[in-house]
Design a protein around this ligand. Structure first.
Ligand code: SAH
Length: 203
């Protein structure tokens, strides 16, 4: 899988190393073991999917993570993306809105030895119950219809946010927060994510 990613333009050695070490099948039902290292999204319950390895690699690379950085993830899902960032040395905070996934993944990450701080909540609001911010990096792993302003507020000046934007399909956007009021955007092609749902749609 890692060789495949390296052939697809993933050049960040830290990403390739982490994805070689964090086994994707740990985060999937054992019935899916045979498919775990193919480049495809797979079901993780509650109508959600773990992203394709190539998408996890691309988002991780775009994030330009350095050890010790505080990273906020929206959409914990299976915990795989959070574990990869943790392996890269980031301090990871992750929010999931579906209680069944939160209840499953929080203890799983702990059992596997990944020190990811998991929260149940609405990622459109960011992390509100406790203030660990501002964050060096924010990664959104569900398709957002707009850039959540609450998240922009929780991002450090000079920080980066990687977010798939759009309703049906999404364009991968990297936002640099240049100052409190200025930002720049770069675009990195089309992707397909499960939708980012707001708080009223929580279950
Ligand atoms: N990073 C995950 C990807 C899971 S798919 C992984 O590696 O497996 C995206 C996840 O985002 C789903 O679990 C979905 O429930 C969650 N999600 C959707 N809207 C959300 C919101 N507003 N706040 C937090 N999580 C959300």
């Amino acid at each position: 899988m890692v060789r495949l990613l390296a052939g697809q333009g993933i050049t960040d050695e830290a990403v390739l190393k982490a994805m070689g070490e964090v086994k994707r099948h740990w985060f999937l039902d054992s019935a899916l073991d045979a498919l775990a290292y193919e480049d495809r999204a797979l079901q993780i319950g509650a109508e959600q999917t773990i992203s394709r390895p190539s998408t996890v690699a691309m988002q991780s690379q775009l994030l330009q993570v350095q050890p010790g950085m505080k990273v906020l993830e929206i959409g914990t899902g299976s915990g795989y993306q959070a574990a990869v960032l943790c392996k890269m040395g980031a301090k990871v905070f992750s929010i999931e809105r579906q209680k069944s996934l939160f209840d499953h993944t929080k203890p799983l990450l702990a059992e596997l030895g990944f020190n990811v701080r998991c929260f149940l909540g609405d990622g459109y609001q960011g992390l509100t119950e406790v203030n660990y911010g501002p964050y060096d990096r924010i990664i959104v792993t569900c398709g957002a219809r707009e850039v959540p302003e609450a998240l922009m507020a929780q991002l450090k000046v000079g920080g980066l946010m990687v977010i798939p934007l759009g309703e049906e399909t999404q364009e991968m956007i990297r936002i640099t927060k240049v100052s409190e009021s200025e930002r720049t955007e770069e675009k990195f092609g089309d992707y397909s994510f499960v939708p980012m749902l707001d708080g009223r749609q929580m279950r």
